[in-house]
Design a protein around this ligand. Structure first.
Ligand SMILES: N[C@@H](CCC(=O)N[C@@H](CS)C(=O)NCC(=O)O)C(=O)O
Length: 208
């Protein structure tokens, strides 16, 4: 049995993705820094583990992995081939594409809105910037909503690794104090994700 250690705080969306994947594949692991504060990754000891000063990192038998989506893919490939890791290359490509969607299309807009509304005091908020990013964020979720009109999960009718980053982003979107457009397919998907214990415990935590 491999020795597995997750590094990073529970309030980080990127750590949450790794955590959710670890729970989906039912792997025992040690968790370092679960309740640490923002800024902890730049402590010199942790920078030996990840010189980027970012969480998460995952150590597997002493080998360190960086990048949350890489960690999700690794766990899916090693521990959940045929389920989280789709064997069909086209289904896998769709699943992968939604992982990249979260990091490339969604993340910049989410970062601006989330940090602006949740981690910035009201008097310091740049409301013009937050407003513009909010419009783009609604656009991102309209794309997700439309993709889900004929499927239960992002890559088809089964839950795969692609649902982990997309689902983590969707929770933040649903929990932010925003007037959201009507997104019936994304709403049903959101309810479906909530049937998973790890989604409720690892992702649906109070925004802070
Ligand atoms: N692309 C990286 C981004 C990692 C990242 O930006 N992590 C943030 C938390 S979400 C971080 O470490 N921030 C510094 C801190 O927590 O002090 C990944 O997906 O793992």
């Amino acid at each position: 049995m491999a020795s597995v250690t997750l590094y990073g705080r529970r309030t980080s969306i990127n750590v949450q993705k790794a955590l959710w994947a670890l729970h989906e594949v039912k792997l025992d692991f040690e968790w370092v820094g679960s309740d640490s504060a923002i800024g902890w990754p730049s402590n010199p000891d942790y920078m030996q583990i990840n010189p980027n000063a970012r969480v998460p990192s995952l150590a597997v038998d002493g080998v360190i992995l960086h990048q949350s989506n890489v960690i999700v893919r690794y766990l899916a490939y090693v521990h959940a081939r045929g389920t989280l890791w789709p064997e069909d290359p086209i289904v896998r490509a769709h699943s992968d594409a939604w992982m990249d969607w979260q990091q490339t299309e969604l993340n910049g807009n989410m970062f601006t809105v989330f940090w602006g509304l949740i981690r910035t005091p009201p008097e310091k908020r740049n409301m013009a910037e937050i407003g513009a990013a909010t419009e783009r964020l609604h656009g991102n979720f309209r794309v997700l909503d439309s993709a889900l009109k004929d499927r239960r999960y992002v890559a088809g009718d089964s839950f795969t690794m692609g649902d982990i980053p997309a689902g983590a982003g969707l929770y933040r979107y649903m929990a932010l104090p925003l007037d959201r457009p009507s997104l019936p397919n994304a709403q049903s998907y959101y309810k479906r994700l909530q049937e998973r214990a790890a989604y409720r415990s690892d992702i649906m935590i109070q925004l802070s």
